[in-house]
Write a protein that binds this ligand. Structure first.
Ligand SMILES: [Zn+2]
Length: 193
């Protein structure tokens, strides 16, 4: 069973930090959703030294970077994990213009650890994670990810914690509403012609 999200007692934060946490965690959650990496939930409830977190599920059984990195599925999964780690800070920067330094440092450390499996040499690790960081920045600005992150962040600000299924529902509802609005606009345009 996943641990339940808990808020650290007696700690309050301003609305600006709460909003930054919502975009940061929405970035992680939307990246998991888009790349089909399973997760339990995402929350902006504060923990020890965190402004929220996205709780991953166990990776597939074939994912064992210590033993079978020659398996292309394993290398791909590892790269996607690093993109998911960077998507938090990239989303936060895109929407708020600043990074959450606590979360970013932790994400960066884990990304370096994962990259070492792939590269094994510091200079190559630097290039590898730089490439994946840029990929994360590019992805969060894409026409599919950006509005989805915004919708999930809004839902997190309202509800604080969302299961993976609720994240999928928020994204689906957002795109359904957008398609309906476009269809209605086209219908009105046709009626006016
Ligand atoms: Zn993060």
């Amino acid at each position: 069973m996943p641990e339940e999200p808990k808020s650290a007692p007696g700690r309050k934060r301003g609305e600006k930090k709460r909003r930054a946490a919502a975009y940061h965690e929405a970035g992680h959650a939307v990246a998991c959703h888009m790349l089909e990496h399973p997760f339990h939930y995402v929350t902006i409830l504060q923990g020890e030294g965190t402004h929220g977190h996205c709780k991953s599920k166990k990776p597939p059984r074939w994912f064992n970077p210590e033993l079978n990195l020659d398996d292309p599925r394993c290398a791909k999964w590892l790269d996607e994990e690093i993109i998911i780690l960077y998507a938090g800070g990239a989303a936060e920067r895109l929407f708020t213009g600043r990074y959450n330094h606590i979360g970013r440092a932790r994400d960066y450390d884990v990304a370096c650890e994962l990259s070492l499996y792939r590269c094994g040499w510091t200079k190559v690790v630097e290039a590898h994670i730089r490439w994946l960081h840029l990929t994360a920045e590019y992805s969060v600005e894409s026409p599919m990810w950006r509005p989805s992150i915004s919708a999930v962040a809004q839902a997190l600000l309202e509800r604080e914690t969302l299961s993976a299924q609720e994240v999928a529902e928020v994204i689906r509802a957002h795109w359904d509403a957008l398609i309906s609005a476009e269809q209605e606009a086209r219908r009105q345009q046709r009626a006016a012609d």
